[in-house]
Design a protein around this ligand. Structure first.
Ligand code: ATP
Ligand code: MG
Length: 211
């Protein structure tokens, strides 16, 4: 079934964007908490194609990152993996993706889910106001990135943002893809930081071994 066929009119759609290099439990817990707390019908996981800010980092190829996302969410009927950014040429800007999704799903309400680290940069995002206009934003707590004061200032400057941007507390998981990649390079365990099937896939395909 295509992504389009799995989404009915009037749905509330969560959008979980990320490099997913690799996907880990921080992403999955953020998506699941948002699904429940914001009564989302579906959450789309959208791995980036060429991330605009990360072109110099070690990034596994898009098909491998997509495969790891797919295997991680297969057992959740409310989670869907989307290739919309991977299949687009050039860098993927959040605003372009949200615009495309809005055209595809004009009757559905969009909720962009992001960690508090990315949310803090929101004003530097391309087309920040456009993003907030097209989609509501859910900012998941992330250890080390507090945003309470920041949001207060943002709402003072942009009062309309108050019913467009929401904070969401999730169980704290100090897990990052960067840390997982470093662990692999340093021969440390990555067990229980991400789904076991993904761990095996990384090892079998030597995804992050060679620098
Ligand atoms: P990297 O270290 O490569 O940046 P990452 O762990 O930050 O990887 P991303 O793919 O950059 O993962 O993140 C995708 C989205 O998930 C971002 O909005 C990010 O803030 C959020 N996120 C990632 N890890 C967590 C976590 N542990 N808790 C809450 N949100 C998270
Ligand atoms: Mg990140």
């Amino acid at each position: 079934r295509s992504v389009r066929e799995s989404i009915a009119g009037g749905c509330r759609i969560g959008i979980m964007g990320g490099t997913f290099n690799p996907i880990h439990y921080g992403h999955l817990v953020a998506a699941e908490t948002a699904r429940v707390e914001f009564a989302l019908d579906k959450v789309l996981f959208i791995p980036t194609g060429i991330p605009p800010h990360k072109v110099h980092h070690q990034i596994a190829n898009s098909d491998l990152r997509f495969a790891m996302v797919e295997m991680s969410i297969r057992d959740n009927e409310n989670f869907i993996a989307s290739r919309i950014e991977i299949d687009r040429e050039g860098p993927s800007y959040t605003y372009d993706t949200l615009k495309a999704l809005h055209l595809l799903f004009p009757e559905q309400e969009l909720f962009f889910i992001t960690g508090s680290d990315a949310l803090r940069d929101i004003l530097s995002w391309r087309e920040a106001e456009g993003i907030i206009g097209i989609s509501k934003i859910i900012g998941a707590s992330r250890p080390g990135y507090e945003i309470g004061g920041f949001l207060g200032e943002l709402f003072d400057r942009y009062p309309y943002a108050q019913n467009r941007i929401f904070e969401m507390e999730i169980p704290a998981l100090a897990i990052s893809s960067t840390d997982i990649r470093k662990r692999i390079w340093n021969n440390k365990s990555i067990r229980y930081l991400l789904p076991e099937e993904v761990r095996r896939f990384i090892i079998e395909n030597n995804i992050y071994i060679s620098k």
